[in-house]
Ligand binder design. Sequence first.
Ligand SMILES: *[C@@H]1O[C@H](CO)[C@@H](O)[C@H](O)[C@H]1NC(C)=O
Ligand SMILES: *[C@@H]1O[C@H](CO)[C@@H](O)[C@H](O)[C@H]1NC(C)=O
Ligand SMILES: *[C@@H]1O[C@H](CO)[C@@H](O)[C@H](O)[C@H]1NC(C)=O
Ligand SMILES: *[C@@H]1O[C@H](CO)[C@@H](O)[C@H](O)[C@H]1NC(C)=O
Ligand SMILES: *[C@@H]1O[C@H](CO)[C@@H](O)[C@H](O)[C@H]1NC(C)=O
Length: 321
Amino acid sequence: MCLLLLGVLAALLSHPGAALKIAANLNWIEHTPLPFTINNLYAAGPDRPILVDGGVISLSDTSDTIIGANSETQGLKQYALHKNYRLIYVLVEVTYRLVASRASNIQKLPDLKGKKIGTFNGTSAEVFVRALLSDAGLEEGDYTLVNTLVNGSMCMRAPCGSGTLPAMLKRREIDAFGCWETAPELAIEDIGGAEVSVFQNATVFREIFSLYATAETLGDTEKRAQIVRYIKSVNETLELFKKTPDNILPFVSETINVPETVIGKVWENHVWGPGTLGKELIDFLVVEEKYLSKMDNRTAMSRVDLEKFVDASVYEEALRL
Ligand SMILES: *[C@@H]1O[C@H](CO)[C@@H](O)[C@H](O)[C@H]1NC(C)=O
Ligand SMILES: *[C@@H]1O[C@H](CO)[C@@H](O)[C@H](O)[C@H]1NC(C)=O
Ligand SMILES: *[C@@H]1O[C@H](CO)[C@@H](O)[C@H](O)[C@H]1NC(C)=O
Ligand SMILES: *[C@@H]1O[C@H](CO)[C@@H](O)[C@H](O)[C@H]1NC(C)=O
Ligand SMILES: *[C@@H]1O[C@H](CO)[C@@H](O)[C@H](O)[C@H]1NC(C)=O
């Protein structure tokens, strides 16, 4: 028995990273295919992937994270700092929503001129709000962004605490806010559908929630094989997310602790992958990088740089499995 344990231990030690470690924000709907895949498509044992709290940023820490999951916004911000990061798979594309109070006289986007709009500083939500307003002809000085930090002001489930965006909108401290779900849905339900205007436009902005790994890891034969197998399995999971949502919603609800009814209402804003890794994605990233580089006060990365960021070879290998 003891010898057996020692044998297992030795095997583990001789393969540091034997289990694929994946980091994602565990609160969001977007990440749920990752644990679903681990629970349902892998046998229990030392080779089963491990999911931890984090994201693309975890690729640079010392936790042996092999895959990080995040929006393309966080991906681009990290790529600007780490040119060895690669976007290898698109899990889901999410159309964010901007909810505005009709009591503030907002029926159409240009009505947001001179208004206070809540969002999360430095995130895909801020990029979304700026892009949507710019597309409606509003310049930065035409409105006031009430930037809040994700911690504290995000609300995933009712009742939303007083410092959260839905509560601030209800008290009319802000006239509108824009971000990912479930906060917009909770505001609509709490304030009442007839009392709010809701705006979204997937062409102007959608979150492209993706998986990332480093070029070094992708060059390691053993780790690469693990990544390819995992992506193949996640891709199978997404078929279920697309085709049989009724079977999936209870799992998503339990995983992020949000009522199934709320998830059901926002499900249609989630287009499950695999998303394209081709020219359309690069075009989208080029436009977003223009916003981001301005927000972060740095020089925009070139199209050539962004083409290097997107690495379709892992997915192509998964196709051949
Ligand atoms: C957003 O956050 C960054 C980094 O924390 C900070 O430098 C910046 O001043 C913030 N901007 C606003 C408008 O709060
Ligand atoms: C936000 O919360 C995360 C963990 O949930 C933590 O790692 C991070 O430091 C927090 N950020 C701030 C600004 O409080
Ligand atoms: C979304 O934005 C694009 C680009 O401005 C525009 O052509 C399109 O009509 C908009 N779609 C909707 C549904 O408003
Ligand atoms: C942006 O960068 C420029 C040049 O490095 C610097 O002069 C300027 O103060 C920066 N602005 C902000 C808001 O950080
Ligand atoms: C992923 O799923 C799609 C169907 O949604 C399928 O066309 C594609 O071949 C799958 N890719 C892989 C790598 O299995």
